[in-house]
Write a protein that binds this ligand. Sequence first.
Ligand code: AMP
Length: 281
Amino acid sequence: MKIIATAAEMQQTAQAAKAAGKNIAFVPTMGFLHQGHLSLLEEGRKRGDLLVLSIFVNPTQFGQGEDYEDYPRDLQRDAELAESCGVDIIFAPTAGDMYPRGYATYVDVEGITEVLCGASRPGHFRGVTTVVCKLFNIVQPDVALFGNKDFQQLAVIRRMTRDLNMPVDILGMPIFREEDGLAMSSRNVYLSEAQRKQALVLSKSLLTAKRLAAVGDLDCHEIIESVKKDITAQPEARIDYIKICHQLTLEEQHKVDSDSVLLLAVFIGKTRLIDNGFLLD
Ligand code: AMP
């Protein structure tokens, strides 16, 4: 396994691999790897001759007052985990290499970036699409793998690749959870023991909502009210949003159907957690 720190070297390496007829599978991350990331790498290993993992805490997707500085980082540990998954190359650039002085170009997907996390975190998706577009140009993947955990991010990236004719297949992967149901996230390390218990309310309320839908309670307002009640019962929980949206347009729905996804963003203390799930299987 090789660790590459500059965009120039990564791009040359990718070009040489393509010229040699190799397929490139790519998993972009911000590092501090957990089993969710590893599940993407394991699938990526099957899909590409060359498996590239990027680790980059992207400053342009963090807003003022968010956790850019504090975001957990541990390249050595990540490298050991990546090697155990058969990663060929870790691309770990510096912020200065990705955004040199005078950097001025951004990618902006309209519409679906303006709701949900986009409404709560202005500019977030502009940072995400910009860095993913850059990473695609540098790594030149045939297939890129993303988690359903970041449901809106995946929808935005699919839209960007389609709208800009990017020659990359986007593969969405299931949410990987802890045994008790908590969706794995690098940010879970911020939680105290008491908060960790309260955080279970996200996955539990998804299950409650699914159960309601399964017995024919399809009114979105009622489901949302029930979820709201569960979440507000937690002493340190503060709701950012609870929405039921169409999986493709992300438009809010009134009545649950097979395209309905419940999306949650909840602060537990200072930690913002997200989770989501389809309501009818
Ligand atoms: P991050 O490092 O948090 O930016 O995540 C990098 C990639 O891993 C994104 O495509 C995420 O959706 C995905 N990911 C993060 N957490 C999980 C999880 N629990 N299960 C599956 N994929 C995940």
